[in-house]
Design a protein around this ligand. Structure first.
Ligand code: IMP
Length: 204
């Protein structure tokens, strides 16, 4: 019988990315919406790993399925790693993506170029209904620009200058971002771990 994997996200962009990434594995991918699960899990952890693990475990318990969940955000060195796990909430509730990155630019005003280093960070957790869980990390390094550039992507992409690409994340085509992003890197590691959890896959 084919193993079913619940990918615990409502985000359409992530659904597209993860569906493509998991397409070669001998699994049937399903989604929260398809399983009729609309419960939200509070992200009460203080690290990406804690939040990814608590979401994966909670949805695995609700669904009885092997479950994949992630947490991600932006870590800025000059801000001691903020906004970090609070990236989606930075600047206050109800802000648009643009207002959030403008709040970041305002907080970073006066910080010299050499001190504007940052990274996007993602952790993917895969939980079994019994509670066993594995995690994989991915990061992408860059610096915080002084003004927004580009219109692709979402979130902080327009103010994140990607190390080695001479472009902001929002100037890169989706295919490039989806190859080099923190999420793509964490997902690649997680899909290797997943292959070892599947009954039909011989373990070396
Ligand atoms: P979550 O993993 O969906 O909880 O994302 C948390 C927040 O981190 C998002 O709302 C964005 O503000 C930020 N973030 C995560 N990944 C990215 C990305 O690829 N580009 C820009 N911002 C991101």
């Amino acid at each position: 019988m084919t193993t079913r994997l619940l990918v615990a996200t409502h985000n359409r962009g992530k659904m597209r990315e993860y569906a493509a990434l998991l397409a070669d594995l001998p699994i049937e991918v399903t989604w929260l919406d398809a399983e009729g699960i609309d419960a939200e899990v509070d992200e009460t952890g203080v690290t990406f790993a804690e939040n990814a693990v608590l979401k994966a475990r909670a949805y695995a318990a609700m669904s009885g399925l092997l479950t994949w969940a992630d947490d991600s955000g932006l870590e800025v060195d000059a801000l001691d790693g903020r906004p970090g796990v609070y990236s989606a909430r930075y600047g206050g509730p109800g802000l648009s993506d643009d207002a959030r990155y403008r709040a970041l630019l305002a907080e970073m005003a006066g910080v010299p170029d050499a001190q504007r280093t940052a990274r996007f960070h993602c952790v993917v957790a895969i939980a079994q209904p019994g509670g066993a869980v594995v995690t994989a990390d991915g990061t992408v390094k860059g610096t915080i620009l002084h003004e927004a550039r580009g219109s692709n992507g979402f979130g902080y992409d327009p103010v994140f200058f990607v190390a080695g690409y001479d472009a902001s994340m929002a100037e890169l085509p989706a295919e490039v971002k989806n190859r080099i992003s923190h999420r793509a890197r964490a997902a690649a590691g997680a899909s290797e771990l997943l292959a070892h959890l599947l009954p039909s896959t011989p373990v070396e």
